[in-house]
Design a protein around this ligand. Structure first.
Ligand code: UDP
Length: 244
């Protein structure tokens, strides 16, 4: 496999996989799933990290950061002429591709996050669609005191792929702590993916996705997200001033 370039956007090193299939092949190369942490990078997360030194440190040390947001892809193209063919890799699509491969290869999976009824739907659908071997799951609403028991359950399950849907920065903090106890897995933060996959939240239609407006669709569909626009505007100002 060709060497994968890395691009720096505001101090965060982002892998330049040309497309999702290349990324999945890389994670599954040599017959074994890589270990480490996958973090989707979008404009909002860059700003969140700048406001939260712990999150910033944690994202910087995560092994696999990828361009999930269209604004990040545009910024990379603006900063690096050689990246003209780079495509967005949406976390929700990457997660589904990994789940399909996990089902085919009987890779043990642990799911954390979401409301109990949402998580139950996700589990049913994963088994029905791809025969995913789910070795454990836990909904996303638990007390801090319950965390260590959950870390232990993940370790004892022998999961090779742990997907965590708690939103940012909660999911990154959770994955880092769990990784310290149990490093033998690939951890993936998936935000609202369980809501979309279970059909609880509708994803933007393809035409919005292809116009790079999925973020706007999410704000319009869930007006409680309006506060997040301030972060997007701040990021846009970095982009247009070339402060990348
Ligand atoms: N969530 C959770 N526990 C929490 C807070 C959030 O399980 O304490 C879940 C929530 O149910 C939702 C997801 O985390 O499924 C966060 O989704 P959001 O769309 O906010 O994440 P984003 O994709 O924007 O990072």
């Amino acid at each position: 496999m060709r060497a994968i370039p890395k691009y720096d956007i505001r101090g965060i090193g982002i892998w330049g996989f040309q497309e999702q299939a290349q990324f999945v092949d890389y994670l599954l190369a040599d017959g074994a799933l890589k270990t480490g942490m996958l973090v989707a990078i979008n404009a909002e997360k860059i700003i969140l990290a700048e406001q939260n030194p712990l999150l910033s440190e944690l994202i910087k040390s995560a092994e696999y950061k990828y361009a999930d947001g269209i604004s990040i892809v545009r910024s990379i193209k603006r900063k690096y002429a050689a990246a003209s063919c780079l495509q967005r890799i949406a976390g929700v699509d990457l997660w589904q591709a990994l789940m399909r491969s996990a089902g085919l290869r009987r890779i043990p999976v642990f799911l954390v996050g979401g409301k109990p009824e949402v998580l139950a739907k996700v589990e049913q659908k994963l088994v029905a669609a791809w025969g995913v071997k789910i070795v454990g799951s836990h909904s996303g609403y638990f007390k801090d005191e319950e965390r260590s028991a959950l870390f232990q359950a993940i370790q004892e399950s022998g999961a090779a792929l742990v997907t965590v849907a708690l939103g940012s920065p909660k999911q990154e903090l959770f994955m880092r702590c769990c990784q310290q106890i149990y490093p033998n897995a690939l951890y993936m933060g998936v935000g609202g993916t369980f809501d979309v996959f279970s059909g609880t939240v509708k994803r933007a239609p393809k035409v919005w996705q292809s116009l790079g407006l999925e973020w706007l669709y999410r704000v319009l569909a869930q007006p409680t997200r309006i506060g997040r626009l301030a972060r997007l505007c701040k990021y846009a100002s970095y982009h247009y001033r070339g402060q990348l």
